[in-house]
Design a protein around this ligand. Structure first.
Ligand code: NI
Ligand code: MN
Length: 228
């Protein structure tokens, strides 16, 4: 069984396993690069890394329409319930894992900040490590470089997704260092080219990945997919 991953632009991903549709940080209606609007996507589960609007803005609408279960840190799950009446949540916290019908989800640390669009404290920012059909993938989500990435990759990663946009997250140079710590088989960049302040030369970055690391870069346009 394989999983199809589609980049939704910015930090957003759609994962289709053999049985389930999963969204991670969908940012669609207000993103200049998103290939879909929030009303067009299907989901059984939605993973939310942190509370910033460019990760959570569309989550209430999608969760209400699709009834997808929202997987997020405790504070965000509480906020979705108290402000949007969304009770079909799965609250987690950093370092915790859970076995679901379609795979294993572990919430990993991120070096970032997290407040919700109305100013509510969003708990700690997070990343996710997923194991689906024996494939291990790590979504760093919004983060700076941190040395514990070496542990996140120690049991072997088929894919790492790292931000390269700079300014709000790691930039391209730190992302190369992250790849050296994570040692994934393949690496996909995210959180760049959404707006001018986070524009990057992704082709030049991919060339550096090829020459300086053992990972194969997977560079997508928003809306493009690949299979793992
Ligand atoms: Ni953020
Ligand atoms: Mn962000």
């Amino acid at each position: 069984m394989s999983t199809e991953l589609t980049w939704l632009g910015h930090g957003g991903w759609s994962l289709k396993t053999g049985t389930h549709a999963i969204l991670l940080d969908p940012f669609l209606n207000d993103s200049p690069t998103a290939p879909f609007k929030a009303e067009q996507v299907e989901a059984d589960f939605i993973l939310v890394s942190h509370g910033h609007f460019d990760h959570i803005a569309d989550v209430p609408e999608i969760a209400q329409r699709t009834k997808a279960q929202v997987i997020a840190i405790f504070e965000i799950a509480e906020w979705l319930s108290s402000t949007h009446g969304i009770s079909h949540t799965l609250a987690m916290n950093i370092g915790g894992g859970v076995e679901l019908s379609w795979g294993h989800v572990k919430m990993t640390p991120a070096v970032h900040s997290s407040c919700l669009p109305d100013g509510t404290y969003g708990g700690e920012p997070a990343g996710f490590k997923l194991e689906i059909d024996e494939k291990r993938m790590y979504f760093a989500c919004d983060t700076g470089l941190f040395s514990d990435m070496q542990y996140l990759g120690h049991d072997g990663l088929d894919l790492a997704v790292v931000p390269i946009g700079d300014l709000f997250t790691m930039g391209p140079i730190d992302a190369i260092e992250a790849i050296k710590l994570l040692k994934p088989r393949r690496v996909a960049p995210a959180h760049y080219n959404t707006w001018p302040p986070i524009e990057q030369d992704v082709a030049a970055w991919a060339e550096r990945v090829r020459s300086e690391t053992s990972a194969e870069p997977v560079v997508l346009e928003p809306g493009q997919s690949f299979t793992i």
